[in-house]
Design a protein around this ligand. Sequence first.
Ligand code: ATP
Ligand code: MG
Length: 268
Amino acid sequence: MSNVSAPALRVSLRSVARRFEQPDGSQRTVLRDIELDIRAGEIVAILGPSGGGKSTMLRLVSGLDRADAGRVEIDGTPVAEVDQRSAVAFQEPRLLPWRTVERNVRLGLPRGTEPAAGRARVAELLRLMQLDAAVSLRPRQISGGMAQRASLARALARNPGVLLLDEPFGALDALTRLTMQDLLLEVHAVEPATILLVTHDVDEALVLADRIVLLGETPDAPGTGSTIRTILHVPGERPRDRAAAAIVELRSLLLEGLGVPSHHVSAP
Ligand SMILES: Nc1ncnc2c1ncn2[C@@H]1O[C@H](COP(=O)(O)OP(=O)(O)OP(=O)(O)O)[C@@H](O)[C@H]1O
Ligand SMILES: [Mg+2]
C-alpha cells in the first residue's frame, strides 16, 4: 500500500473566522480566532456543542466553504475549492444508490487515474475495509456499517494527505462504532494521513486522537461565536486503555468542558 499512499500533509488555520447571514439579514459569527497547527500524520479530534461550528471548521479545511477572515492552509499553501489534497467522509455514507459498492469507491479515485491502477487501488481498499463480500452489491443491500466502510474507502481512494471525518461513526450502533474505530486506526497505521475528526463522542476522541480540540463559546464572551477553548494532548500510545487513570481524568475534564453535569460523569 505504501507505494501508492500519498504523504500526510500538515494543516494550519490562522486567525480564521466564519460568519453567516441570518434570515433577518444580520450577520452571525459562528467561528472566530481559530488558530490551529496540525502535524502531518496527526489525528486531531474536534469536540464541541451542537451548532458550535465543528462541521463548518471541517468544511473550511476541505475547501467546500471559505473563511471570511484568516487563512486555511494545507502543506503551507491555501486550500482550493474542493482541494484534491484532502477527502471528506460524512455521518451519512452518501453513496450513489444505483451504483455497486465497487463503483462507488471508484468515484473517489483522483481524476486521470490510469484504469488498471485504479482497479488495483479500489480492490486494495475494499480488502482493507473488509468489503470483499459486498463488492457488487448496491447500497440498499448492505448494512450501515458496510456503507460507512464503503464511504471511508471512497475517501481513501483519492490518496488524501488530509482525511476529514465529520462524525463518521455517529449513525452506527455502539458495537459497530468500536469496530470502525479499530479499523480507522489500522488504516492510519498503513496509510498515515493527517486526520481531522469531528465527533460528539468523548470516548471516541480519547481512543483515536493525538490531540483533542474543544470548540465552543468562551463564558466571558457569549454570543460572539465559537473559538478554540482548549487543546488537550491525549497521553499514551494507541491502542489506549480507556480505564487508565490519565484517560479517566481527561474524560471528566472534557465532559465538564462540554457542560455535562457531573452526575453523568462516571468511570467506564
Ligand atoms: N451555510 C450556512 N448558512 C447559514 N448558517 C449556517 C451555514 N452553515 C452552518 N450554519 C450555522 O452555523 C452554526 C454552526 O453549524 P455547524 O454545522 O458547523 O455546527 P456543528 O458544530 O457541526 O453542529 P452539530 O454538532 O449539530 O453537527 C449553526 O448555527 C448553523 O446553523
Ligand atoms: Mg456538524
